[in-house]
Unconditional design. Structure first.
Lengths: 381, 381
């Protein structure tokens, strides 16, 4: 990666939305890696490193699990789960903590799943006793958990839900939407008995958008590899031998991989794994807590009903009474920070969202933003 | 794009495979654009420029056509065509000029299409009278044409085939796989009455892999927008309002776009459209002819049965008698050039493929490669 050494980012407004996040210099430099063939020794080494390191990111040691990196986005991961793990008519239990959980349910229905959605109170998780009641009522082929719903910043307790599933309905596949969680919230794939996680590059994984990243259990693979295909590009039957080949150090072809973005993923995974994962999670928790404390001190309230269900990679914060939300976002932009409006349909216009994941957490962007928020609020009063 | 000014590519082996191709410095520099929100004014301006310029690339002036840019690859374009334009049971006529035409047929079958494949002689196109006979026999919902099949380097006459379809079976949708043609072979979307073209970023469009680029006619859109969805991420119903919104200068969301790669696409389209398209096509034809002449002069033969059916963006060349193909590819790599082996199943190991598209055509890489080829052949004799 000889092109990376002198790379410096020009001044720009800091992107503190809950994804895409800010990217480190080595990651951005890797994006401009000169052309390589998809079967060149250079790219094979890159993709091999990525696939091996994804095992570490998912804390998986079982060699029968499999990581996948496809050109796409988090959304494509829903199609991949639906088309590879489910058959039309299958019952699926969706735990909804916001907009993205509901959209996942929409996707599942398109593939013919019979979906039951249990919706949490806004800002809260689905209570475990409700999950237990639903699982006892019907034999579900799968349950979906949105680890962190980016619309509400609510984090679900995947470990506790998985434990419950194993007790009440062990045959139910556990599918986790980890788009806004992988790389910032703990997820122990093997230990918790997860079957499938879908995520994307542009959030806590710290790489520009364009990659759909997936992780499948032996049980999930067994289903996917023995199922009649209903899609082509999204078919794990097509991709499994390709990923196995690259991971073993040999090139293979089904569709051309996004060489530059995968090279950036290599750089990011190298950075992420340069410290113990648990230290990374603790760092995010610390910065998240400091930011939420500062926000409260400024008289603002977060959307989640309690800190216990508040994610660590972003904060959803209500606009204060008497302040025009759009004016606040404009002020913040003038001060050099892009944050996001709220998208939960019941609360649009009432809150904003600040991402604090990856590079920004390490580069000190969050205290700088907190200062800008304090100044902006003063100026608008 | 203030990050681009000092960008210089380090020395590297030139990638002269038929995609991914070599990328220009402005394109690679745009890949490392610092983070922008997908709804930031900067990215909206970028995406708007891309969508407007794609109309020019497809020589379309009808405002009711629509361009799409999704995270994905050329292969995803097959799924998009199949799932948005066809219904299970539809009859489709596939004109096969190689591996990629056949793979497209595989994809269509997965979505339930009844596929008739007319296969050309290896290295040739499907004769027009055979196309006419098939179209007269059955009422096809769609015909697929692989404009350039990258496995054989054969270019089909999309204009003549389209004219025939309009005469014999005007209700048949004309679907073109333009992965290895758009940006190097002429395609007049409106004029020829094409309904759908799928292509990708990493060939003559000159941008790193990771984008599925599509262009739909009013008639195709009418079908796609009124059809029951069978996929979610690939659904043009979901993407059409998003593309219309960005093209009109407003942000929208369905799935996070690949901001950096789309910014690179903007840079590449700016370069491509800085000269008249027909001048670009003529330049490619000239370099292609010079290369094929040189190859013949060295005693080597191209795979297509005649120059009339040989594409201008790549050359498929038989290894000469008495020379080990792998040794030749190794020699070329030592001299700084990566070319591709052959992948047509009847001819694997018997030929190699050289891409001459985009940046390499303008940067003088092809004469340099020709020299290396000549030297390598001498050394191996």
């Amino acid at each position: 990666m000889s092109s990376t050494t002198s790379f410096v980012q020009p001044d720009h407004r800091l992107t503190l939305i809950p994804g895409p996040i800010e990217f480190s210099n080595p990651v951005l430099a890797a994006m401009s890696t000169p052309s390589q063939a998809h079967t060149s020794p250079e790219f094979i080494a890159t993709f091999q490193s990525v696939l091996k390191n994804l095992r570490k990111l998912f804390k998986s040691t079982n060699p029968k699990t499999q990581a996948y990196v496809l050109s796409g986005s988090g959304t494509l991961g829903w199609d991949i789960a639906a088309s590879n793990l489910l058959t039309a008519g299958d019952d699926v239990l969706v735990l909804s903590t916001g907009f993205f959980s509901d959209s996942f349910a929409d996707c599942l229905r398109i593939y013919g799943a019979e979906v039951d959605v249990v919706t949490a109170k806004v800002g809260d998780v689905v209570p475990l006793d409700q999950v237990k009641a639903k699982l006892s009522e019907k034999s579900y082929k799968a349950i979906t958990i949105t680890h962190v719903d980016t619309s509400t910043s609510v984090v679900s307790d995947v470990e506790a839900i998985s434990k419950l599933v194993k007790q009440v309905s062990p045959e139910t596949l556990i599918i986790v939407d980890g788009v806004c969680s992988i790389g910032v919230e703990d997820l122990e794939f093997d230990q918790w008995g997860i079957d499938f996680v879908l995520t994307a590059s542009q959030k806590a994984i710290g790489v520009p958008a364009g990659l759909s990243i997936l992780y499948a259990s032996e049980r999930a693979l067994d289903i996917a590899l023995n199922k009649k295909e209903t899609t082509y590009f999204a078919s794990l039957k097509r991709w499994t031998p390709v990923m196995q080949s690259y991971e073993s150090g040999k090139g293979a072809y089904f569709a051309t991989p996004a060489i530059q973005t995968i090279t950036a993923l290599r750089a990011s995974l190298d950075e992420i794994l340069s410290e113990p994962l648990d230290a990374r999670f603790a760092k995010h928790e610390q910065v998240s807590t400091e930011f939420k404390n500062a926000v409260n001190k400024l008289g603002l309230q977060i959307l989640p009903v309690s800190r216990d269900v508040a994610a660590h990679g972003l904060s959803a914060v209500y606009f204060p009474e008497g302040i025009d939300g759009n004016e606040l976002l404009k002020k913040l932009a003038q001060k050099g920070f892009t944050v996001a409006g709220g998208i939960h349909k019941q609360l649009v216009g009432k809150y904003f969202r600040v991402g604090h994941m990856g590079y920004s957490v390490y580069a000190g962007h969050i205290p700088a933003f907190t200062k800008a928020l304090e100044e902006s609020l003063k100026e608008l009063k």
